[in-house]
Design a protein around this ligand. Structure first.
Ligand SMILES: Nc1ncnc2c1ncn2[C@@H]1O[C@H](COP(=O)(O)OP(=O)(O)OP(=O)(O)O)[C@@H](O)[C@H]1O
Length: 607
């Protein structure tokens, strides 16, 4: 990091009012006061300062140097005498007072390492940034604070043009980023909109008519609105000052890249000559490259770190060399957050996995997030956990958006809750106090493993990630270990004292589920045949009816009997609910200062 950045006085704006949604600065004298109480002196005679409403020049007139010096001048002019003693750690980050107030309100009294290492370069030096840092380390504010700072310094005067565009892979993440930005923006007249699929496009078109300064979007819906000629988007490239691609390594994967590419092409085509735009690219796995058998490595697109970075720069069309801050690289480095404990439970069969999961959920209270690889697995596990009286909330791509958000909200607000999800929940979601992440299925890539695990142990809190592994998973498991440069994960010492009892219950639940599912499937198939025959006006041949030898009355009787038996067993508590973990889980709290120091040393070494 550039040490020059530190020591640049903290910028504060205090003499303002908000009139008609705009900041109007007072004409009072202002003074620069050190936030360091020791250095605080009686202020010098004050210079008359007024921050005039600035007409935004046509972008093609604004060159980088002019912009830099204008901003620097304003930074030097704007100061205050309000004491923010507890915010001293933000000194040198070039964050205006209005934002410091928002940060203070949210208890963010010091920047996280990725914020310390990127904010001065983004705000003062106007650099493009490529940032890699562990999950839960504050990357959202690392890219949001420079945008908000710039908007404040420009007095929100962007003539109703789109100022910043943040693109992200999932709807929930888009909503969450908007929320994080709003949380620290309560002192500024910010207009921000979330544009995602799954909600009525008409409503989002109305949102765009409000001409937000910032749009947070998923690429599919954004491109849909762009295509239909939404005014706020058409030609926005001429004025757009900030482009953020969050979870960039995911965004350039095939599933998302088509729409993203069209958006980037449009932005490039609209960009006027000399236009100064900053691009921020962030992810926890930006620099993860696959190690392992050559065949696997090739398939997963892994090469060298430099190769991967270059690919991202090329795909996102970033021409000007960015500042790269990588807090996940290095031979001995761990990509995971410091307070995350990783472990595995070896299971000899799928049945064993179900038993291990049940015993774990019964033994440890708290918020647990279970990841599976498919919607089929969601269906099966949901049914079994329901029968075992551990009902999970669900999150997968086939659910209606409202339902997805409702389940997430319920999970976030319930102390002992289970969320059963596909990888749609793997990236970015910031749910407070998730204590356990359980990988019921071994993920397909190391990146997914890192992101899933990162839903716990966020913002210096502790958490556990447990991988359930069977013999069939071994190849995938070994490949993940190789990429993460680990020999093996510790075994989680699950208390199997109640194994026999647990097995009995789980097996009953599995049996009920298999039978229920068979009946349901047969009914659905037959209903489909009947409907098709009716629509075609033909009489259904008896041989076409699927007959699995199921007698409806028989099934009902048996189903009721098994359920009653299971419910009787479940009346006896399996183990005592505990919040204590085995010894290996106790971890020290992270020391942010040390982390910053370490990261700086690393950055210097890398150079
Ligand atoms: N300076 C700070 N001080 C205290 N808490 C912070 C600070 N910056 C961010 N946080 C909090 O840390 C949590 C994690 O932040 P964020 O979601 O930005 O992580 P992330 O690095 O983007 O994670 P992921 O890689 O999983 O997307 C959030 O709850 C956020 O409010």
């Amino acid at each position: 990091m550039d040490d020059e950045a530190i020591g640049f006085g903290i910028e504060e704006i205090t003499n303002y009012k908000i009139v008609n949604g705009k900041i109007v600065f007072g004409k009072d004298d202002v003074k620069r006061v050190s936030l360091n109480p020791k250095k605080e002196k009686v202020s010098k005679p004050k210079k008359k300062t007024s921050v005039k409403k600035r007409k935004v020049k046509e972008e093609d007139e604004v060159d980088e140097e002019t912009l830099k010096s204008q901003k620097k001048q304003k930074m030097a002019e704007i100061s205050s005498d309000i004491s923010l003693d507890d915010m001293i750690a933000w000194k040198g980050m070039h964050i205006p007072h209005l934002l410091l107030m928002g940060l203070q309100k949210n208890g963010m009294t010091s920047p996280t390492p990725i914020q310390s290492l990127t904010l001065p370069s983004a705000i003062r030096d106007h650099l493009n940034i490529l940032g890699a840092a562990p999950t839960g380390s504050g990357k959202t504010l690392a890219f949001s604070l420079p945008i908000l700072t710039s908007l404040i310094l420009d007095n929100f005067d962007c003539q109703d043009n789109l100022y910043a565009l943040i693109i992200t892979p999932t709807r929930e993440l888009a909503k969450q980023i908007t929320q994080h930005i709003e949380n620290v923006s309560n002192h500024i007249p910010l207009k921000i909109s979330t544009i995602v699929g799954g909600l009525a496009p008409q409503k989002q078109e109305r949102e765009l008519k409000k001409k937000p300064h910032i749009i947070v979007a998923t690429p599919g819906r954004l491109w849909d609105l762009w295509k239909t000629g939404s005014e706020h988007l058409t030609n926005c490239g001429k004025h757009l000052r900030y482009l953020v691609v969050d979870e960039a390594d995911r965004m350039i994967e095939a599933a998302h890249f088509d729409d993203l590419n069209k958006i980037l092409d449009q932005l490039a085509a609209d960009q006027a000559q000399g236009n100064f735009r900053q691009t921020f690219v962030y992810s926890a796995t930006l620099t993860v490259v696959h190690k392992g058998p050559q065949r696997y490595v090739k398939k997963k697109g892994g090469r060298t770190v430099d190769g991967k970075i270059q690919e991202i720069l090329d795909r996102l069309n970033i021409k000007k060399k960015p500042k790269i801050v990588d807090l996940t690289a290095g031979e001995k480095e761990e990509i995971k957050p410091e307070n995350l404990l990783e472990a595995k439970i070896y299971c000899s069969s799928l049945e064993d996995k179900d038993v291990a999961l049940f015993v774990f959920l019964q033994s440890y209270a708290g918020r647990s997030l279970i990841f599976v690889n498919s919607k089929d697995a969601v269906r099966r596990l949901r049914s079994i956990l329901d029968l075992l009286k551990c009902p999970p909330l669900l999150l997968h791509a086939d659910m209606h958006q409202r339902q997805r958000l409702k389940h997430l909200e319920k999970f976030s607000s319930t102390e002992n809750a289970i969320l059963l999800a596909t990888d749609v929940a793997a990236r970015g979601l910031d749910i407070e106090n998730v204590q356990h992440v359980i990988h019921y299925n071994v993920p397909r890539t190391a990146e997914t493993y890192i992101h899933r695990s990162g839903r716990t142990a966020r913002a210096n809190k502790s958490g556990i990630s447990i991988l359930l592994v069977t013999h069939d998973d071994m190849r995938k498991y070994k490949n993940i270990l190789m990429t993460l440069k680990k020999d093996d994960l510790n075994d989680f010492p699950l208390d199997l004292g109640h194994l026999k009892v647990a097995k009995e219950r789980v097996n009953l639940a599995r049996q009920i589920d298999v039978e229920q599912h068979r009946v349901r499937k047969t009914n659905v198939t037959n209903r489909w045949f009947e409907q098709a025959a009716e629509e075609a006006g033909i009489i259904l041949d008896e041989r076409q009816i699927v007959d699995e030898g199921i007698d409806a009355a028989d099934f009902k009787r048996r189903n009721q009997y098994l359920k009653k038996e299971l419910n009787e067993l479940l009346k006896q508590p399996l183990t005592r609910i505990s919040t204590k973990y085995p010894d290996l889980i106790v971890k020290k709290q992270n020391d942010t200062d040390n982390a910053v120091k370490l990261a700086k040393e690393r950055a210097i070494k890398k150079k």
